[in-house]
Design a protein around this ligand. Structure first.
Ligand SMILES: Cc1cc2nc3c(=O)[nH]c(=O)nc-3n(C[C@H](O)[C@H](O)[C@H](O)COP(=O)(O)OP(=O)(O)OC[C@H]3O[C@@H](n4cnc5c(N)ncnc54)[C@H](O)[C@@H]3O)c2cc1C
Length: 289
């Protein structure tokens, strides 16, 4: 059903979750979000480029974005998907493009996080991260709590300077490699976060699951983890019932993940699948027109 909805019917919904199509629109949104006390991470929407030339264009767009962030004085870093810069075509293409982006991030004393995609790319993503991090420590990775391997990955990677986002994971993975039970995923999320914060790493705790945020927050308080060892992250536009402001009031860093770009349609469909209640709004929009 979602696939046959016309683009215009999704557009009003997309505006909640996507900053815009252009860099100019996105800068305005980031300034607004910064003014509310949140830091941001920008993502150019899209994945799985079809050619080396396309991957180079996207890489250039990311490099230019670091210039914009610096010129506009935004409190903001960047998240990228490796298949957006060529990982599905050739690991070497992705590696070259990644290094270009990391160099640009370093030039601006900024940071780059590699999002984690579906499981065929997990090991390749970790390998590329390991290849680059000693030369470019201004980078981070993501661990998905639904993957059975992630706690072990956290243990292996957890050295000084290790910076990972922990999220539940958004792709449809096989039961042989992924937890399916909600409580088991929450527990794994909690354990991965504890593993990182009990060691030397930095954890970016990315979830809208308020009971899980509460549980992690209580543990952070009880163990007195210092404020520079973690941050909370949410997707731009997801309603959080005032919980984010309470995190800010405790002096925590809270980062909003702000996607933008021409590929807003597919991203918005994914968000709709996560929150089907909103479909009634989209359908209403369809019929009201
Ligand atoms: C900052 C950030 C970065 C991420 N990066 C990655 C990544 O690199 N790789 C990856 O696989 N996944 C990533 N994700 C997605 C993540 O893995 C989850 O699929 C997604 O966040 C939903 O899980 P949840 O932890 O919010 O819990 P859920 O249990 O799914 O949601 C908790 C509550 O939030 C509501 N909610 C969740 N999402 C939405 C939404 N979009 N709109 C409205 N309400 C919503 C739910 O309805 C529910 O009430 C990221 C998520 C965040 C917040």
């Amino acid at each position: 059903m979602l696939r046959i909805l016309p683009r215009w019917s999704i557009h009003p919904f997309a505006k909640t979750y996507v900053a815009g199509e252009s860099v100019e629109e996105t800068v305005l949104v980031v300034k607004k979000v910064n003014n509310l006390g949140f830091t941001c991470t920008l993502d150019i929407l899209g994945e799985h480029v079809q050619s080396g030339a396309e991957s180079e264009n996207i890489t250039q767009e990311y490099c230019d974005l670091y210039d914009v962030i610096a010129n506009e004085n935004l409190d903001c870093n960047i998240s990228i998907k490796l298949t957006h810069i060529g990982l599905a075509l050739d690991k070497n293409i992705a590696a070259e493009n990644l290094v270009r982006i990391l160099r640009q991030a370093k030039l601006h004393s900024n940071f780059c996080r590699i999002d984690m995609e579906d499981s065929p790319y997990t090991q390749r993503t970790i390998d590329l991260y390991k290849d680059c991090v000693s030369k470019y420590p201004n980078m981070g990775i993501v661990l998905q709590a639904y993957l059975k391997r992630s706690l072990e990955d956290a243990r292996n990677l957890n050295r000084p300077g290790f910076n990972t986002r922990v999220c539940k994971g958004i792709y449809d993975e096989r039961e042989t490699i992924a937890l399916k039970d909600r409580a088991a995923i929450q527990n794994n999320f909690f354990n991965i976060t504890k593993e990182i914060l009990s060691g030397n790493g930095f954890a970016a705790i990315a979830t809208h699951d308020i009971p899980l945020i509460d549980r992690i927050d209580e543990w952070i308080e009880s163990t007195q983890v210092s404020l520079d060892r973690f941050e909370f992250q949410v997707l731009y536009g997801v309603p959080m019932s005032g919980r984010l402001e309470r995190l800010l009031n405790k002096g925590y860093t809270v980062r909003q993940y702000v996607p933008f770009g021409r590929d807003w349609f597919n991203y918005s469909l994914r968000r709709l699948k996560e929150n089907p209640k909103i479909i009634s709004y989209v359908l209403g929009n369809l019929f009201k027109r």
